[in-house]
Each structure stands twice: as C-alpha cells, then as structure tokens.
Design a protein around this ligand. Structure first.
Ligand code: FAD
Length: 387
C-alpha cells in the first residue's frame, strides 16, 4: 500500500462489526487502513452462526449516521421494536413500551447484513485493504509490528503499522498481548448462565407469528427466553439458563417436557421437531464480561468494542457501545488532528470508566432478569388479575 503524506497506516485486527465501522471512519479521514480478519469473508458465506439479530439503539445509530448507513439499515432493513412483550406461563401478554411519550423504538437488525454493508462501505475507499483468513498471533505493540497466521496457506506473515487497533472481540489477542505489560488491569467473568439460539418461523400467511414490533421476553426466574423479530417475519431468540439446567436437557423427552412446562406457547410456535433439531445442533454458548484499563499503549495501539469491554447481552448494548467507541475516537482524531500520542490516552480516559459502567449495567440487568423478574412477573400476574 502506498504511503500518503501526513496520513497514517493503520492496522485493524478484526473485521467484525466494530472493526469494519472503524475502517470507514479512518478511511474517511484519508488514512491507509488494512483490516486483518481471522475468518473468511462473511460476504461469501450464506449464513454464519449465532445471535443473528441485534438490538440497535441510539448510540449505534449515531455512528452509522456519520458514515451514511443509518437510513438503509433502520428505514429499510431494521424492524422497529417499540417495547418489551412479556409472556407469562399461561400465554398472557403484557407490553411495556420503551418510550410511551415520543414513541421512540429500538431496531432489530441482522448481524450478518450489518457486517456485510460495513465491509462493503469500507471497501469502497481505495485506501482500505481487506485481508481475510489472517489470524493475529503476535505483536510488538510499541513498535507497531504484527504477525499473522495465513489460515489458507499455514504461513506466517509480518506487517507494520503506525497504529494497531484491536477490534478482535471478547477473546481479543491484542488485549492478551497488552495484558503482559505492567500497569494493565484486566478482569474477566464468565457468568453461570449460557445460551442456545432458537428461531420461530413465520405463520402460514408468511406473517409474524407474534407481534412483530416487540422484543419478546418469557421471564421465568432463573432462566428466560427472549426473541427479536427479523425482516423476513421470523424471530430469533435465545434460551438463557444456568449450565446446570442445560445439563438436565440432554434428551428429547427432557427438552420437550421443559418447554411444555415453562414455554408452552413457544413450543406451539416453534414446533416439537424444529425445537429438538435446533436445540441439539450446538452446545450452549458461554457469556463473558471483560473490564480492563487502560485501552491503549502509548501512541501505537488501542482496543475497541468487545476487545475492550465485552459484556453480557442483557442490556443489548455491546455493539452499540463499540460503535460509540469509534464515534469518540473519530471526535478525538478531529480535535487532535490525528495525533495519536494525544488521542489514545484521551480515549482511555474517556472510555474506560464508561466501558466499566456499561459492563456493570449489563451485569445488573442479568441479575435483575434472573432474580427480580420473578417478583415482577408476580406483580404482572396480580396486574392481570385486576384487569
Ligand atoms: P466481534 O463481533 O466479536 O468481532 C471480532 C472480530 O475479530 C471477528 O470477526 C473475529 O473473527 C475477529 N478476530 C478474533 N480474533 C482475531 C485474531 N486473532 N486475528 C484477527 N481477527 C480476529 N449488542 C448489542 O448492541 N445489541 C444486542 O442486541 C446484542 N445482542 C447480543 C446477543 C448475544 C447472544 C451476544 C453474545 C451478544 C450480543 N450483543 C449485542 C453484543 C455484540 O454481539 C457485540 O458487542 C459485538 O459483536 C462486538 O463487536 P466487535 O466487532 O467488537 O467484536
């Protein structure tokens, strides 16, 4: 890649949601950007794994607006969720609006689609290079040196950059390399709950089988189901439960009797065969929360998104907070004229406490859903008795 005077060469490790967004912002400022992504190009694949939809809220929208992608996503491909729809065991429903005054909503967006349009947008800049099948294995963060494994050929490749941005997710290698340094604090917590993803097909008229403008929740105390609407009138949801509960759901009979007892309406909607098929397709996934400080090394490396502050998903803010990281980074680029020696310490100063706070809030919501929801659903039953 040819150097442009006054502009930096920036290596972004990770071409997920936050890495791809960062590439757009940096390229807009004229920097040379190379993304190194471990996996193959998601645009060439039909579908990819877990949590296929995400709740996009104000923070995330602001970032997308700045690169001209908000409209296409929200207006044309987002599904408005105006509130939570609570389902009790008897199939009774209660809607709790997010904003009963102005009617604002959050949007369910497809993770894959979002990643695809962000990569497409990044690639439109001539100074962005996308390298897939490159796994970061080692780095000298102070010297801007990085080593990758080319997973196609098995060869290792070296590269250099003025700035290394670690956008490599919750299990970030960049963060692990930072952790070898003195005065870097990092705490990781796996919660005792895991999740399994399940989907609800559209009804016989190809319409939503439940209200399409809600985030659906089946609170059941220690465990719960959630479900978000998709553009194609299906829903994608998760069963969140302690691992000891998943341990008891190892057979078809156990699973069906669990759903008959706790989620009978969902069982009807998903169907027995589909439930069994989907549930046993994969092992339950773990959920991790990461708090670390600082987010940068000198003027040469910084971590963003889940690499800096992975959180449990109960506040639906992981991606949104990651997108906000990039907005803040961009504001600092403007304020300090792309001088990384000033930008990176300021970024840590501004973002670490916020990152820790949103991790705490997400964890609080996890406890709230696990413990208080019982009380709330009790109140809900009382409420239903009255109306
Ligand atoms: P990732 O999306 O994890 O991307 C990291 C990328 O780095 C990946 O492409 C990976 O392949 C690559 N990579 C990893 N290691 C290397 C390496 N060594 N070398 C090169 N590349 C590497 N957030 C919300 O805002 N709203 C929601 O509703 C929401 N729901 C969620 C539901 C669930 C069940 C879960 C688990 C999470 C949810 N989140 C939600 C959180 C959201 O998924 C994350 O915050 C978001 O994906 C973070 O983006 P990222 O780019 O930082 O990391």
């Amino acid at each position: 890649m040819t150097e442009v005077e006054g502009k930096s060469c920036i290596a972004i490790v990770g071409g997920g949601l936050v890495g791809a967004l960062a590439a757009c912002f940096l390229a807009k400022r004229g920097h040379q950007v190379v993304i190194y992504e471990y996996r193959s190009d998601i645009r060439m694949e039909k579908s990819r794994g877990q949590s296929i939809n995400l709740a996009l809220s104000f923070r995330g929208r602001e970032a997308l607006k700045a690169i001209g992608l908000e409209n296409i996503l929200v207006k044309y491909h987002g599904t408005c969720m105006r509130g939570r729809m609570l389902h009790d065991k008897d199939g009774n429903l209660k809607e709790v609006l997010y904003d009963s005054v102005k009617g604002n909503c959050i949007y369910s967006v497809n993770r894959r689609y979002l990643n695809v349009i962000l990569l497409d947008a990044a690639e439109k800049y001539p100074q962005v290079q996308l390298n897939f099948n490159r796994k970061l294995v080692e780095a000298d963060l102070e010297k801007g040196k990085i080593k990758f494994l080319n997973t196609n050929t098995g060869a290792t490749e070296d590269a250099e950059a003025d700035l290394i941005i670690g956008a490599d997710g919750a299990h970030s290698t960049v963060r692990k390399i930072m952790a070898r340094r003195p005065l870097f604090n990092c705490a990781q917590t796996y919660i005792e709950h895991g999740y399994v993803e399940l989907s609800v097909a559209c009804n016989e008229h190809n319409k939503f089988a439940m209200s399409g403008n809600n985030l659906h929740i089946w609170p059941r105390g220690e465990f719960m189901m959630t479900s978000l609407p998709n553009e194609d009138c299906t829903f994608t949801g998760n069963l969140f439960a302690p691992f000891y509960v998943f341990e008891k759901l190892k057979t078809r009979e156990a699973l069906l009797s669990f759903y008959t007892e706790h989620f009978p309406d969902l069982l009807r909607l998903i169907g027995e065969e589909k439930l069994v098929e989907q549930f046993f397709e994969k092992e339950p996934q773990t959920l991790i929360s990461i708090k670390c400080k600082p987010y940068h090394v000198g003027k040469t490396a910084v971590i963003v998104g889940d690499a800096a502050h992975a959180m449990v998903p109960f506040y639906a803010q992981g991606m949104n907070a990651g997108f906000e990281d990039i907005l803040v980074l961009d504001e600092l680029m403007e304020r300090y004229d792309s001088n990384f020696a000033k930008i990176l310490p300021k970024f840590s100063e501004l973002r670490c406490d916020n990152g820790h706070a949103i991790c705490d809030l997400a964890m609080y919501n996890y406890t709230e859903m696990r413990d208080l929801v019982m009380k709330k659903s009790f109140l809900f039953r009382k409420f239903l008795d009255k109306v």
